[in-house]
Design a protein around this ligand. Structure first.
Ligand code: ATP
Ligand code: MG
Ligand code: MG
Length: 350
């Protein structure tokens, strides 16, 4: 069989690996840590840093197609490995998604609405930005943030020095705080022939900047905004000539959907699709990058809910099994740590 290379070794790679194995593929994981949880489900594992070009090239030569589960892989080395094996999604998607400002401009260029924002490159820039967009606001590092890390929430009258410290003086974007009714995500898959399919829109609840619960189908107030959010996500996918699963996060506001950010990969708000959709996001991502026909994205139940197990929430996983309808997923990360995604549990309602 063919070998799929996956850059990144976390739980998303692990779940991609399971889906790939089901379709008869071997996976070769490339990740910097020896304890990568994706390695356990893969045929091969290369442990090396992304800037180790010799290792990266050897990895790429051993793969028939390459994808990634982590959007912060350095882009420059990828241009070199594209010569060894096809890479999906495209590098352009990483370029945009790695930079919160480029991402917002890209969304606006395709007709999307974003929070008001201003670039903050130094301490003086923070004063200017807050004078311009006002408070409350959120200061986010332009690069590398996830799960609410690298962010600081600014209230009116706050001492801005503290916030500038909180982001370690890194280049940031200051965003106006969006008053939203709900959060949701558009999860789509685009095939090599350009076909796009959407999963049902999950309603996402975040706690402390980390996804806690995703439910599908979403309430009516989200469904009303689904068409315009989907149209934006599809236009962005087409503009990038995207192949694979793409996720766009939105705020549902009284004035319509506000684009927050995109992830050029399978997404935590789509984990419910493993049992809750006819074809999961992981399987369709594998199908797309391998050039296979896409599977049906329809709901497999009347209602689906996914709860993340964060930190100590995973410690008592055995009690979750007392409900025989719970589908428990543990990522094999060992001991729980606060804020760490240890697993999730999905329940279908018929
Ligand atoms: P991840 O990539 O894990 O989704 P992240 O670190 O990139 O997270 P964001 O998605 O930007 O962070 O923000 C995390 C959460 O914080 C959002 O889902 C939302 O609940 C809240 N949030 C972020 N930006 C804003 C904003 N401008 N206004 C209101 N709430 C916000
Ligand atoms: Mg993010
Ligand atoms: Mg987010």
């Amino acid at each position: 069989g063919s070998t799929i290379g996956i850059l990144g070794g976390g739980q998303l790679g692990r779940m991609l690996g399971v889906a790939a194995a089901q379709l008869g593929y071997r996976c070769h994981i490339y990740a910097p840590d020896t304890d990568s949880v994706a390695a356990e489900v893969s045929a091969e594992f290369t442990c090396a840093k992304d800037d180790d070009i010799a290792s990266l090239t050897r990895f790429a030569d051993a793969c028939d197609v390459i994808t990634f589960e982590f959007e912060n892989v350095p882009v420059d080395p990828l241009h070199q490995i594209e010569a060894c094996a096809p890479l999906h999604p495209p590098i352009a998607a990483l370029d945009i998604a790695q930079n919160r400002i480029a991402e917002k401009i890209f969304a606006r260029d395709h007709g999307g609405t974003t929070a008001p924002f201003a670039e903050v490159l130094d301490r003086g820039g923070l004063d200017k930005a807050i004078a311009e967009i006002g408070a409350p606001a959120i200061l986010k590092t332009i690069r590398m943030g996830y799960d609410g890390k690298g962010q600081s929430r600014i209230q009116p009258g706050d001492d801005l020095d503290q916030h500038w410290e909180a982001v370690a003086h890194q280049p940031c974007v200051a965003e106006g705080f969006v008053t939203f009714d709900h959060e949701f995500s558009v999860i789509l898959v685009r095939g090599q022939d350009g076909e796009i399919r959407f999963w049902d829109t999950p309603h996402n609840v975040h706690v402390g900047g980390i996804l806690s619960v995703s439910t599908a189908p979403a309430p009516a107030e989200i469904i009303e905004q689904q068409d315009s959010a989907r149209a934006l996500a599809a236009q962005m996918a087409e503009a990038m000539n995207y192949v694979g699963v793409l996720t766009c996060e939105f705020f549902a506001t009284r004035d319509g959907p506000v684009f927050n950010e995109m992830a050029p990969r399978v997404h935590n708000s789509g984990h419910w699709t493993i049992e809750g959709a006819v074809t999961s996001q992981f399987e369709n991502h594998i199908r797309a990058v391998c050039g296979l026909p896409l599977g049906d994205t329809g709901l497999a139940a009347k209602k689906v809910e996914m709860h993340n197990l964060i930190g100590a929430q995973a410690d008592d996983w055995q009690s979750l099994l007392s409900d025989g309808a719970n589908h428990l997923h543990l990522y094999g990360k060992g001991e729980s740590r606060p804020g760490r995604k240890m697993g999730h549990v999905t329940k279908l309602h018929f």
